[in-house]
Design a binder for this molecule. Structure first.
Ligand code: KG4
Ligand code: ZN
Length: 393
């Protein structure tokens, strides 16, 4: 188990560490001949395809969850001029990018198609038109290769990104996953992304139960909206993180504690940011751009407010529920202030993927697909997209 936030950053496309090629035997991942697959034998490598929002991504893990490839083509530059993701633009761009991304992933892993033994794809939640691209590509590949197809929940992918073995020694060491266990610790998972903010209890056997969620904006959405008010680019999270590092301390912004619940709310904070941005002459954006020192100070106050609430509520819930570990995942989990504050505040280990596996990627879908496949899950050719898919209820 990891008990510290890994700060290791290398680009999403950097080759995975060497010496990690798959031994061709052993569990987990034994793959019997499925009704849908004519290719018998053992699972060696799982490919994951992710197109739920504005990243076209393909990852490959071996049967032990070791990372072999992770290629992400981000569309953020394309959407940045609109201040957010334009669904139609995203779908078309996935269509254009996916062949090249598939190719690069295979080359990065040093594998041919004959070494891919199953295809996982995120089929929800996300943008319908964007998901359809990934799902149809996955169906075509699974049919052509005669291997199993596994539709996975994008949010499960975020959680299982903490299980990916990148060779840095920070992955969740849980050789029993996905074999069901009667005992073992529960995990409190905080998923914070552009579309979701959820506290989820993960049982030892891998089942998920919803504990709390945002009642309005997701944490990432709050970062993106606040950044726009401060005259920063989309996506706002990394911009705010950078600005906050040089921002001077200022009066705290409000925190919505929603005491007695495990829910979150960020809409009041957004309103407070807009109000202060107006007072400080940052918004509407003045000619010549907003004054940097004021924007930086506001970014710092905003980030402190979000981190304070996320950390305190997660630690409180994990203690009340008697969890043995906290898992932090999703795009906002890339935020260094959040990672550090949670590790510091928690008495139990905190598992958090390296920042480059927090934002959307294909490796996390491959990892979740591996877990699902080992549980016996297979999808049929009628696999559909579910834009509103939930991880747990
Ligand atoms: O998980 P993700 O890549 O996509 C969704 O599933 O939504 O999350 C994207 C979100 C965006 O809102 C982005 O601003 C936020 O994650 N984000 C960050 C950071 N990096 C990305 N938020 C705060 N700090 C960061 N360093
Ligand atoms: Zn995501």
């Amino acid at each position: 188990m990891t008990n510290s936030a890994s700060q290791k950053t290398f680009p999403a496309e950097s080759p995975p560490p060497q010496g990690k090629k798959t031994p061709q035997s052993g569990r987990p991942g034994e793959l019997e001949k499925s009704p849908q697959s004519g290719r018998p034998g053992k699972l060696r490598n799982m490919m994951g395809i992710e197109t739920s929002c504005d990243e076209t991504a393909v990852g490959i893990v071996d049967q032990r969850g070791r990372l072999l490839a992770n290629v992400v083509a981000s569309q953020s530059d394309l959407h940045s001029r609109f201040g957010g993701v334009v669904p139609e633009v995203a779908s078309r761009q996935h269509l254009l990018e996916i062949p090249g991304v598939l190719d690069r992933a295979l080359r990065q892993a040093g594998l041919g198609w004959n070494r891919i033994d199953a295809i996982a794809v995120a089929n929800g939640p996300g943008l319908a038109g964007a998901l359809i691209v990934g799902v149809n590509v996955a169906k075509g590949l699974a049919a052509a290769l005669d291997v199993p197809l596994i539709g996975v929940n994008h949010l499960a992918g975020h959680v299982y990104s903490a299980w990916i073995d990148t060779g840095s020694g920070t992955a969740v060491q849980d050789p029993e996953i996905p074999a069901p266990k009667a005992d073992g610790p529960t995990r409190t998972c905080l998923i914070v992304s552009g579309g979701h903010t959820e506290l989820i209890l993960m049982h030892p056997d891998g089942r998920f139960r919803m504990i709390g969620q945002t009642r309005d904006d997701a944490a990432g959405e709050a970062f993106d909206k606040a950044a726009r008010v401060m005259g920063m680019r989309y996506p706002g999270g990394p911009e705010i993180q950078r600005a906050a590092q040089t921002g001077a301390p200022s009066a705290p912004l409000p925190r919505a504690w929603l005491r007695g619940t495990d829910d979150f709310s960020f809409s009041g904070l957004k309103t407070a940011v807009i109000r202060r941005a107006r007072q400080e002459g940052l918004y509407p954006p003045p000619g010549g751009g907003p004054p940097k020192d004021k924007a930086d100070a506001l970014a710092r106050a905003f980030q402190e407010s979000v981190v304070d609430v996320l950390v305190n509520k997660t630690v409180e819930a994990s203690e009340r529920l008697g969890s043995g570990e906290i898992v932090l995942a999703g795009g906002v989990a890339a935020n260094s202030a959040l990672r550090e504050a949670l590790v510091q505040a928690s008495k139990i280990p905190v598992a958090v993927p390296p920042p480059w596996l927090c934002t959307d990627n294909g490796a996390m879908i491959a990892m979740a697909g591996l877990v699902e496949l080992n549980r016996g899950a297979r999808s049929g050719w009628n696999l559909d997209v579910h834009p509103g898919m939930r991880l747990a209820s």
